[in-house]
Design a protein around this ligand. Structure first.
Ligand code: C2E
Ligand code: MG
Ligand code: MG
Ligand code: MG
Length: 292
């Protein structure tokens, strides 16, 4: 009967909602422990230069390997940690780990390779994130131009008063600042007018219907052309096929990232030897040229 169906779907809905809420509560209650127990890991996804075909850096992405739930992805915990104003705990931990990993490469005489880190708008409110970054890179002797800061478009469209100043601080110091998820929000062009980004990361939403929707290809090509006129490098994320890669190279996209080129990976022996084999030689200089 309809009533029975209704009761069942309500119960199903309740149970599902309850388990989502339980998981969220668990995340909030366990974030400190997870960091202490080293359950929060940095995964590195390679970024390639289309010009040289070589590795040009990595994006650092967090992964939570939890005792109860197993692998949690950022989609499950970033939003709730932002809601409860705890996100900076992850980001501070990530920065510390990333700097240690970069230092480890230098200790192994492997050239430094740039890493970009995702920051949340709240990091600027909840802690002195610039100070955290400054102190970690100094502690580990890492040249500033090898750490890139990724900020998502939505961050800059909400209530951005003093954020411009904070972003310029990073750039004055020598860090690169990258705009993440470009095209996924609304006042994108406004944001390009007010900030000087080093790299524009174009959201993968355009790629997802690339083959079936010719408009998406034209939009991406136009964004890349515009960025070039503004003197900003471009990166398209979510590249999954050779066809996508070839097209992006052809239209002048500078960097690419996606499963076609490499999935996010833990900092292990395999990754270290991958870096040693694939890094662009221009980074070799950086090892002997610490600008601190
Ligand atoms: P994002 O910064 O735009 O990162 C790119 C996302 O796309 C990552 O998802 C990555 O695993 C995924 N991806 C990469 N290549 C492909 C591909 O070829 N196909 C598809 N379908 N996906 C691909 P992930 O790791 O789940 O992260 C999701 C978002 O969570 C990130 O989006 C970023 O905004 C946020 N995030 C991740 N780690 C952190 C962190 O440590 N701190 C903060 N504040 N945010 C983080
Ligand atoms: Mg990112
Ligand atoms: Mg992105
Ligand atoms: Mg994204």
């Amino acid at each position: 009967s309809i009533k029975k169906q209704f009761d069942q779907s309500v119960r199903f809905f309740d149970e599902e909602l309850l388990s989502v809420l339980e998981k969220q509560k668990y995340i909030i209650d366990n974030i400190d422990k997870a960091i202490e127990r080293d359950e929060l890991k940095v995964y590195y996804q390679p970024v390639f230069s289309t010009k040289t075909g070589k590795l040009s850096g990595f994006e650092a992405l967090s992964r939570w390997n939890d005792q109860k739930y197993g692998f949690l992805s950022p989609g499950e915990y970033i939003e709730v940690l932002e809601k409860y104003r705890l996100i900076h705990k992850i980001d501070i931990h990530m920065i510390k780990r990333i700097c240690k990993d970069i230092k480890k490469l230098a200790d192994l005489s492997i050239p430094y390779v740039p890493v970009s880190v995702n920051l949340s708008r709240l990091d600027f409110e909840l802690c002195d994130i610039a100070n955290v970054i400054e102190s970690e890179i100094k502690k580990n002797n890492i040249p500033r131009h090898l750490l890139h800061i990724e900020i998502t478009e939505s961050v800059l469209t909400e209530n951005a008063d003093d954020l411009q100043e904070k972003i310029e601080f990073f750039q004055t110091k020598g860090y690169e600042v990258w705009m993440d998820d470009f095209g996924s929000g609304y006042s994108s062009l406004n944001v390009l007018k007010d900030y000087n980004f080093d790299v524009l990361k174009i959201d993968m939403l355009f790629l997802r219907d690339f083959e079936s929707n010719p408009k998406s290809k034209e939009i991406v090509a136009s964004i890349i052309e515009m960025a070039k006129k503004l003197g900003i490098d471009t990166l398209v994320e979510g590249v999954e096929t050779k066809e996508q890669y070839d097209y992006l190279k052809e239209i002048g996209c500078n960097k690419v990232q996606g499963y076609y080129l490499g999935k996010p990976s833990p900092f292990d022996k395999r990754l270290i030897s991958f870096i040693a084999k694939n890094v662009e030689s221009k980074n070799l200089k950086d090892t002997n040229n610490l600008i601190l």
